[in-house]
Write a new protein. Structure first.
Length: 283
């Protein structure tokens, strides 16, 4: 689907791009010709990621910035524009999360996650949007949310659910408001994709990890390449008429809410079909 130059002439900032899904997206974008800026809190991680990303031959730079700091984010956007000559895309990927019973959350714990996820995404988007509007440039924003950002929410990850729901609302609000400036704003809602950050915080044991798989019709976790391809598509000129959209990529996990879906897990499909046959005969 992609040509080698699909993202040529793009300069894309990926927050939290030093590891996990952020780094995988950075690899894909660079492979398709984009220059890459990554930011995060851990310099060593960013330095190593930058060295890795240079293998694709495009310009790659790192910026040590906590997305919670509005002023520092503004300085970073200015530096990126000065270093690369422009900035054309932003991926709000930086996130924080942990499992906790909601009654045991401290206000500080709730705030830490909402600050990273919601305020961090706002900070980057606000500075980037203003730069684009002032410079009369078109651009792309992609927000990485989760499947529980919409509809259901989720037990035991309350701050993340609240933060990500806010980011989804921001996606749709700005897609409309900034459409007139040629700025597209989309989101991806990933199901479980193995990353060190998510797995250590959200999947406490191997048994838990195995059990979780039963929720996914595809019977497996997502591959980073699959999400990176989707992100590249949404960030490219292959999707000029898509905005305000949230694309779920979860092997069907989100559909588990279907009223009778659970009966598949009660017994094997063969037994289930035999019961259906019996019921049909009885009329
Ligand atoms: C309860 C916790 C906690 C835990 C931290 N806190 N970890 N509370 N359970 N496991 C509380 C602390 O006690 C403190 O509260 C407050 O949170 C801030 O903690 P700090 O460590 O001081 O904050 P900070 O250094 O900013 O760290 C932020 C962090 C950390 C989010 C807590 O884990 C982090 O940096 N994470 C980044 C990476 C990450 O989380 N990746 C996973 C993303 S996965 P007090 O009251 O003392 O102030 C993801 C995918 C979702 O989002 C979809 C999955 C299917």
């Amino acid at each position: 689907m992609f040509k080698e130059d699909t993202l040529q002439d793009e300069v894309i900032l990926i927050t939290g791009g030093g590891s996990g899904l952020g780094l995988s997206m950075a690899h894909k974008f660079a492979e398709l010709g984009a220059d890459i800026a990554i930011c995060g809190r851990t310099e060593k991680k960013l330095q190593e990621a930058t060295e890795e990303l240079k293998e694709h031959g495009t310009d790659v730079r790192w910026y040590s910035v906590d997305v919670r700091d509005y002023e520092k984010v503004g300085e970073m956007i200015e530096s990126i524009v000065s270093d690369f000559g422009k900035l054309t895309g932003l991926v709000n990927n930086a996130a924080g999360n942990f499992l906790s019973a909601s009654e045991d959350l401290s206000p500080g714990g709730f705030k830490a996650i909402v600050d990273i996820v919601l305020h961090g995404s706002f900070n980057c988007t606000h500075h980037f949007g203003n730069y684009l509007i002032d410079d009369k440039r078109e651009g792309n924003i992609l927000n990485i949310v989760t499947t529980y950002a919409e509809d259901a929410g989720s037990a035991f990850v309350l701050p993340s659910a609240c933060g990500k729901a806010g980011v989804l609302a921001m996606t749709r609000s700005l897609a409309f408001e900034w459409g007139t400036y040629g700025i597209r704003v989309n989101a991806i809602a990933p199901g479980p994709f193995p990353t060190e950050g998510a797995w250590t915080r959200l999947f406490p044991t191997k048994k838990f990890e195995k059990k979780y798989l039963q929720k996914i019709p595809a019977g497996r976790y997502g591959e980073h390449e699959e999400l990176a391809n989707l992100a590249a598509f949404l960030m490219s000129d292959l999707a000029p008429y898509i905005t305000g959209e949230c694309v779920t990529i979860d092997g069907g996990e989100k559909l588990s809410a279907g009223q009778f879906n659970f009966i598949d897990g009660l017994m094997g499909r063969g037994k289930l079909k035999a019961i259906f046959k019996m019921m049909k005969k009885k009329g």
